[in-house]
Structures are given as structure tokens and as C-alpha cells.
Design a binder for this molecule. Structure first.
Ligand code: 0RA
Length: 646
């Protein structure tokens, strides 16, 4: 909904406004994206955003979020309190206007620097419309005011319920379960993730999360406090905590260029991966946009200038490209824009052209002075860039070899691939199987009409730690590329992924259900994450889940995937049953493997999705990095992909 529409709605009469609330209830997805997990959590963010605005305006430094026992949510801040005086035009309190008129927001305060706002920026009235019950409590001018609403309609005029010496606003709402039908429970982890992020993005602000549904051993509620003194600098340390930095410290800065406040923090680590996160008004702009463009320009221009002047490039026989400056780079860029224009498929791409130059100037200024003051770090960065350029050059050659081979041999499929007979990719599946022996069993057990098998020998290359050209020289990886029919790299973009010729719409990773198996699955996933992210994003990647046990009695046998299932099967079959623990795929015969793990009728396939890029990246870097102890512990405690598999 555009700003214009908001204003029109605001000045419209109350009948129309009521229709506005009805419309939200009729078409909730138009306002909050969906009525699933995302939409449910979005309600919280929408309310929190109002308090963040109050903090950005300089009147509030603490926000408390509580998941109550009945799964309602309370958001409380210590700001000025939403005004409760009678709104001249509407004839009701300002609080009621904010809560019941679509698009009223905090807009009646012209001076407020309203830059926050949820992805859809719909305001708290939408939350109200989608709540069974919402209670607003305002602490202001020595009094406590209260008003309640149901499905967006006020139940009574604002009333005074007591006296106070506090200031602030408290909103409690219970999502309407006739609208949020599939998912009604809040996830502590999801809320914690977003609130932690908001604390990093708004330094100095204290945000607490309490989960009253869960008691700790001492009887208190589970909870956390998020506070960041240094903002993005600490955010980078959090994101890159599992990687080894190659420069002394995080480079960070804050600059106000023109009307655009810019905050940037970056570090170089010893990997070859690029991780840049960008935000506009606290919203993660997954699709990038003009601020990211400005960041890249500033970074490339400044580093190139420095590298040229250093004389270190003299022996390099080819040009350095933008990509080369971003290998091993982790960066966060956060800008505040008064009237952001969001574009792109998921409306997370900033379109405002006027943002490019302030950002690129700010980044250039910051980097220039950093490089001057830290010549050792500057040298390390330039050396890293040169290595990246050389590796890219080598990778291009290696890739051309792979692709030439594919073209020349007319599709030249890998010898190890047992292909299926079906030609329509949408109906085809390929199983990437750990080890030749399990591969053999899978080959016997499969339905050859639509299921192909590609055995992978042992552990595949850890791409997180390998340079680009090594990746394309790796036999197993070359096999995956050619088997899938996927190519990467065009003249303009060396990392562009071409999925047009994808030969299978389901790519299933099938590994042992043990620690080694999940390690291998993670290696393959890391490879997809870094080199074929589109494959995951388009929902083509799955994980097969072989059973852990077979319970048998006489001729009767059944399989169990969990401890509970095992126990319940033993109970069902009664005395005399025996249990076989499957340590690996190799212990199953072809028929068992088909029945339990490959047959679409019975199998459990888990689709891999990338819900939170940052979390996925943190998990991958931890699992694949040098730091062994956290990795072992994590693999042993979790299914490896717990965090990326939703
Ligand atoms: C506009 C004006 C004033 C307060 C607020 C907005 C306000 C809104 C929210 C929403 C959640 N918490 C909030 N806290 C404050 C008051 C202006 C004044 O007192 O002069």
C-alpha cells in the first residue's frame, strides 16, 4: 500500500475506515504477506516497529517483548506514550485513531523521523484487525489509560484506570485463530533472531524477550536481553564468529551524507565466500538495490585506487573485477531512507536512485582513511584480492573445460550416473548417494523410470575452504554439475546460475543417518548454498531420511525414525520382537531402501529452504570452518540442517 493511499484512507470518513478493517480481515495476505508462520510473527514486528520509531525519535531506550502463556504477545516501551487526547477531525482519541484506522500510524506527528516500519509498513491497526483481542495501555501525564478492541473494533472509549509516574505504551494482542489457522504458536527462536538483529541495527536500544510459556529450573521465565553498544561492528563479530579474520579488527563507520544516514561495517576472513547483508530502515533487503550498488562502487573504487598506487598489481596479467574485491568479505550496510521505494519479487530491493552516491561516498571516505592508517591490513587485503583474481582466472578456464566437455560429448553424462528413462525434468529425481556401495543398493532399489542415482565417493570437497578453481577441478563436483545439467557463469556475471537445462526437479541428498552422514550432507549443502543457491531457493533440494531402526517379529517388520516410534513399535508387536539399528544405508538391502527411503508413497523427504540467510550462513561456517569443537558438538546435538530446513 503506497503512502498516498494511506493518506487518503486517513482522511476518509469512519465508515470507509471500518471497511478498511474489514478488508484487512478479508485479505490479510495483502497486508502482512501470508497467514502462516511468517504472517503470525509479522504481527509482532509491526508492533515492535512502532516502539522502534519512538526510540529513533530519541524518546525511548527499552522495549520489552513477552510471549504470554496463552500465546498472546505483549510489547511494552518507555517512550512518550501514544497521545490519548481527542483527535479533532475524528472526534475520538488519537489512540483509537492509531489503533482502528488503516494507515493512521504515527503519522500525526509531522516531526517524527519515521524511518522504521515493517516490510509492508501497514501499522498497528492491521495487527488489531487480525486480533481476537488487543489491549492498549498508555502511561502518560501521571495517568494510566486503557482501551480494548476485538477484531479491530473498540470495545469502549479510552478510560483512565489508575495513576502512574511512568511513561510509555503497552500493547497486548492475541492473534485471531480463525485467520491464523495453520500455525498459532509463536517461535521463541524466530522472535529472538529478529529482536537480536534489531538490537544490532539500533545500538544503545535494550530489547528483552521473555517466554512465559517456558519456566527455567529456578521457576523464572525463559528470556534474553539484546543490547549492542557498538551496533554493526558487533553484528559482524556475531555473524563471522566462526571464521578466522585476516585483518586486525572490524572496519566500521557511520556517516550522514546528505539526507541519508549510512552505517557500514566489514571484515575480511580467510574463506572465499562473500556475505553482504543490507538493510533499509531496519528491513533486510534480500534483493539488494541502490544502497548495495553504492557500497560495491565505493569499495571497488577505493581498493582499486589503493592497489594501483601500491604497485602490487604490476605482475598481474589480467584485470581485477568487482568480484575479486569481495572474496572473504563479510559486510553489513544499513541506511535510513525517508521514503523508500521497494521493488523486486519480494519487495526487498531498494529502488531510490538518490541513495547510490551518498553510500558510495561514505564507504570510499571510510575505507580510504582506514587503509592509510592501517598499511599492514591494507597490504593483506590487496594480496587477498590478487589471489582472488588469479583464482577466478583459473576457475574460468576449469569451468570452460567442464562446459566444453558437456557440449562436445552431447550431454556427456558422468559414467557413474545411472540415469532414469523419463525425459521430462519435472518428473525426474536424482539421488546423490554417499559411497559406491550404497549407490549400488540404491541403483537396484530405485524406480528407474524416474529416479536416477549419482554415487559420490567419500567426502566431497569443502567449498567453504577451497579456492574457486579447486572447486571446478574436483571430480565429484564436476559430476554433480554435468549430471544436473546446470551451468554457472556468463560473460557479465561469473556467478550467475543457469537452471534452464536442469535435468531433475528433485535433487535428493541421501546419506547415512549418523554423524559422518550428516557431515557429508552438510558438505553437499554447502556446495549448493555457495554455487547453486538458486537450486535451493527454487525448492529443488531435498534430504532423504532413512529410518534408524527396523523392528521385527516373525514375518512382520516395520521401521522407526525416532526413539518414540521405536518404543511404540515394540509395544505394538509385543514380546519376542527384535530391533535392528541401522548404522548406515549399507545395512539395508535394495528392497528395504526403496520401501523406507525412496518410494514416494512412504518416504520422508525434507525440503531444504533458506529461511534466514544469515542463520544458514552461520551454521554452514561453523560446520565447515576451522573451529572443530563447536562443530562436533553441533553435529552431535542436531540434525545438521536443523536451522535451514523448515
Ligand atoms: C506520536 C506522538 C507521540 C507519541 C507517539 C507517536 C508514540 C507512538 C507509539 C507507538 C508505540 N509506542 C509509541 N510511543 C509513542 C507523542 C508526542 C508528544 O507526547 O508530544
Amino acid at each position: 500500500m503506497s503512502q498516498e493511499t494511506n493518506k487518503n484512507n486517513y482522511s476518509a470518513d469512519s465508515i470507509q475506515a471500518l471497511e478498511g478493517m474489514e478488508h484487512v480481515r478479508m485479505r490479510p495476505s495483502m497486508y502482512i504477506g501470508d497467514v502462516g508462520v511468517r504472517g503470525l510473527h509479522h504481527l509482532v514486528y509491526e508492533v515492535v516497529d512502532n516502539s522502534i520509531d519512538e526510540a529513533l525519535a530519541g524518546y525511548c531506550d527499552t522495549i520489552k517483548v513477552t510471549i504470554n502463556e496463552d500465546n498472546s504477545i505483549t510489547v511494552e516501551d518507555n517512550g512518550r506514550g501514544i497521545p490519548v487526547d481527542i483527535h479533532k477531525k475524528e472526534g475520538v482519541s488519537a489512540l483509537e485513531v492509531v489503533m482502528t484506522k488503516i494507515g493512521a500510524g504515527g503519522k500525526f506527528d509531522k516531526d517524527s523521523y519515521k524511518v522504521s516500519g515493517g516490510l509492508h509498513g501497514v501499522g498497528v491497526s492491521c495487527v488489531n484487525a487480525l486480533s481476537d483481542l488487543l489491549r492498549a495501555t498508555v502511561y502518560r501525564d501521571g495517568k494510566i489509560y486503557e482501551q480494548e478492541y476485538s477484531k479491530g473494533k473498540a470495545l469502549f472509549p479510552v478510560k483512565v484506570i489508575g495513576e502512574t509516574d511512568q511513561r510509555g505504551t503497552k500493547v497486548t494482542f492475541k492473534p485471531d485463530t480463525t485467520i491464523f489457522t495453520q500455525i498459532t504458536e509463536y517461535s521463541y527462536e524466530t522472535l529472538a533472531g529478529r529482536l537480536r538483529e534489531l538490537a544490532f541495527l539500533n545500538k544503545g536500544l535494550t530489547i528483552t524477550l521473555t517466554d512465559a510459556r517456558e519456566k527455567l529450573e529456578d521457576g523464572s521465565d525463559k528470556g534474553e536481553t539484546f543490547f549492542s553498544k557498538e551496533g554493526l561492528k558487533e553484528f559482524i563479530k556475531f555473524l563471522d564468529g566462526n571464521r578466522v579474520p585476516i585483518i586486525g579488527d572490524v572496519i566500521s563507520m557511520e556517516l550522514d551524507k546528505g539526507d541519508v544516514p549510512v552505517e557500514v561495517a566489514l571484515i575480511y576472513n580467510d574463506t572465499y565466500a562473500e556475505n553482504i547483508y543490507s538493510y533499509v530502515n531496519n528491513i533486510n533487503t534480500h534483493e539488494g538495490g541502490t544502497h548495495l550498488q553504492g557500497f560495491r562502487m565505493g569499495l571497488t573504487r577505493t581498493l582499486k585506487k589503493y592497489a594501483d598506487a601500491s604497485g602490487m598489481l604490476e605482475k598481474l596479467k589480467f584485470e581485477i573485477t568487482g568480484d575479486d574485491f569481495r572474496e572473504g568479505l563479510t559486510a553489513i550496510i544499513s541506511v535510513k531512507v525517508m521514503e523508500p521505494q521497494f521493488e523486486g519479487q519480494t519487495k526487498t530491493k531498494l529502488g531510490n536512485r538518490e541513495v547510490v552516491s551518498p553510500v558510495s561516498q561514505a564507504v570510499a571516505e571510510m575505507l580510504e582513511s582506514y587503509l592509510e592508517e592501517n598499511p599492514n591490513d591494507a597490504k593483506i587485503i590487496v594480496q587477498k584480492v590478487i589471489l582472488a583474481a588469479q583464482a577466478r582466472h583459473a576457475a574460468k578456464k576449469a569451468r570452460e573445460m567442464v562446459q566444453r566437455k558437456t557440449v562436445m560429448t552431447g550431454g556427456g553424462l558422468p559414467g557413474k550416473l545411472s540415469d532414469c528413462s523419463e525425459q521430462d525434468p519435472t518428473k525426474c529425481e536424482v539421488f546423490l548417494v554417499e559411497g559406491d556401495s550404497a549407490g549400488g543398493t540404491a541403483k537396484q532399489g530405485r524406480d528407474r523410470n524416474f529416479q536416477a542415482i549419482l554415487p559420490l565417493r567419500g567426502k566431497i570437497l569443502n567449498v567453504e575452504k577451497a579456492m574457486g578453481h579447486k572447486v571446478f577441478e574436483n571430480e565429484e563436483i564436476k559430476n554433480i554439475f554435468t549430471a544436473l545439467g546446470v551451468t554457472i557463469g556468463t560473460e557479465e556475471d561469473s556467478k550467475a546460475l543457469n537452471l534452464e537445462k536442469l535435468r531433475y526437479h528433485k535433487v535428493v541428498i541421501m546419506c547415512d543417518a549418523d554423524v559422518d552422514g550428516s557431515h557429508i550432507a552438510t558438505l553437499i549443502l554447502t556446495f549448493f548454498f555457495r554455487y547453486m543457491r538458486g537450486l535451493i531457493e527454487n525448492g529443488h533440494v531435498y534430504i532423504a531420511t532413512p529410518p534408524l531402526y527396523m523392528v521385527k517379529k516373525g514375518q512382520k517388520k516395520d521401521y522407526a525414525w525416532t526413539e518414540e516410534e521405536r518404543l511404540s513399535l515394540i509395544e505394538q508387536m509385543g514380546s519376542g520382537s527384535s530391533v535392528q539399528r541401522y548404522k548406515g544405508l549399507g545395512e539395508m538391502n535394495a528392497e528395504q531402501l526403496w520401501e523406507t527411503t525412496m518410494n514416494p508413497e512412504h518416504r520422508i523427504l525434507r525440503k531444504v529452504t533458506i529461511d534466514s540467510m544469515q542463520e544458514a550462513d552461520r551454521v554452514f561456517s561453523m560446520l565447515m570452518g576451522d573451529e572443530v569443537p563447536p562443530r562436533r558438538e553441533f553435529i552431535e546435538k542436531n540434525a545438521t540442517y536443523a536451522k535451514i530446513d523448515v
